[in-house]
Unconditional design. Structure first.
Length: 94
């Protein structure tokens, strides 16, 4: 279980780094700010980290607030799609 947790953590860090690179290339934001903006963590932790590192905490906050808004706006659609796919894959009794 610890191995799986480490592997998933490594994947999330690499995905955030790649997302940060793309954001840096497309917007010109510093990589550290972009990385914290797309990192899979809580708003509070990322904003405190950005503040301590003297990065743009408002950008980090805005990205995390938008992430939460998008998730909140699409969660019912995502769950409905999951249910349909589950019924299709396993039959209507599941």
């Amino acid at each position: 279980m610890v191995g799986a947790a480490l592997l998933i953590t490594l994947y999330l860090i690499l995905a955030a780094a790649l997302g940060g690179l793309v954001l840096t290339w497309t917007t010109g934001l510093p990589f550290a700010t972009a990385f914290l903006a797309v990192a899979p963590a809580g708003i509070t932790e990322m904003v405190i980290t950005a503040t301590v590192l003297h990065l743009d905490a408002t950008v980090v906050t805005a990205f995390h607030v938008m992430r939460i808004a998008v998730i909140a706006a699409t969660i019912l659609l995502t769950f409905s799609l999951y249910q349909r796919l589950s019924r299709w894959a396993h039959g209507p009794g599941t």
